[in-house]
Write a protein that binds this ligand. Structure first.
Ligand SMILES: Nc1ncnc2c1ncn2[C@@H]1O[C@H](COP(=O)(O)OP(=O)(O)O)[C@@H](O)[C@H]1O
Ligand SMILES: [Mg+2]
Length: 284
């Protein structure tokens, strides 16, 4: 794949990112059956750049490596090769490996696909939201911490009493609001939204997308918005088009230069690659 056009003012810049998984049978089984080692290429030389305040939509069918890319960006998975730069700093490169310190981790957060498995069922919501505040040593005073938790609940449309409740007492949409509040707890600047609405009822998907839009405006967040569904990124994704299309270029104009053609993989089934290219959406 071509390296792609890189932006000078890229806030997040991913270059030549690859990740392989060893999916061989266990050693003894291979010995008995004579089977060879097998490797799965989950992410193959992916490059893209995102400007500050932008929403960059990444679309691909299930199994195309989207979550692996997301996890590598936030430091949960180690790339085999490539570079990740965030806000002018190296977050990963092949020589130095993962160089995410606490200040970088604090700025890069993620909202996971399933609000059912991503929240600790044994913790009250208040403790879930308190954890990043403690981990990053953001607020020392206990009373101020409690106020911050209440502010976070308010920001995502939940009530202060919800701090006392457990995740199972909430609906899927409300749990995803809790996940969003947890991501916000560390005052991030960049949030990877990995299919944040695909596990939710259709009726609440729009509400969660609207909340993400609102938060982006209020907190000047930058999003990597991942989906397998063109409809979500086309219409619902947080202000992506208005953010991405520079003034003077209509929707039918040339895609912005800062969307590298190299990040487009036109073979993804069921996804209209030409439409993606026009809208500046990366397809894997
Ligand atoms: N830890 C792992 N071990 C082995 N294979 C994995 C692992 N994580 C992901 N994969 C495989 O990598 C491919 C991409 O997975 P994923 O990034 O979750 O895709 P997507 O999010 O686009 O559905 C899939 O074939 C998946 O089975
Ligand atoms: Mg996924």
């Amino acid at each position: 794949m071509p390296g792609g056009v890189m932006m000078d003012n890229a806030y997040l810049q991913v270059s030549g990112l690859s990740r392989h998984f060893d999916i061989s049978d266990p050693f003894l089984a291979r010995l008995l059956t004579g089977g060879a080692r097998r490797q799965l290429t989950a992410v193959d030389n992916v490059s893209f750049s995102i400007a500050r305040g932008q929403t960059y939509a990444l679309v691909g069918e299930s199994g195309s490596g989207k979550s692996t890319i997301a996890r590598m960006i936030v430091g949960l998975e180690r790339p085999d090769s490539g570079t990740i730069r965030f806000d002018g700093r190296t977050a990963f490169d092949e020589r130095q490996g993962q160089v995410q310190d606490n200040s970088l981790r604090q700025k890069l957060q993620m909202v996971f696909q399933s609000p059912y498995s991503s929240l600790n069922p044994r913790w009250r919501v208040g403790d879930i939201l308190m954890e990043p505040i403690r981990a990053f040593d953001l607020i020392a005073d206990p009373e101020a911490r409690r106020r911050r938790v209440h502010e976070l609940l308010d920001q995502v449309g939940l009530s202060t009493q919800d701090a006392q409740r457990y995740p199972h007492e909430f609906s899927g949409g409300q749990r995803q609001r809790i996940s969003i509040a947890r991501a916000l707890a560390s005052n991030p600047q960049f949030i990877v939204c990995d299919e944040p609405t695909s596990a939710l009822d259709v009726s609440v998907q729009a509400q969660v997308l609207n909340l993400l839009k609102q938060l982006q405006r209020d907190l000047q967040l930058t999003y990597l918005f991942i989906s397998h569904d063109m409809a979500v990124v086309g219409d619902g994704a947080p202000d992506r088009r208005s953010e991405e299309w520079p003034a003077g270029r209509g929707k039918r104009g040339r895609p912005p230069d800062r969307i590298p053609a190299g990040s487009l993989y036109p073979h993804a089934d069921g996804i209209d690659a030409a439409l993606c290219r026009r809208r500046g959406i990366g397809v894997i």
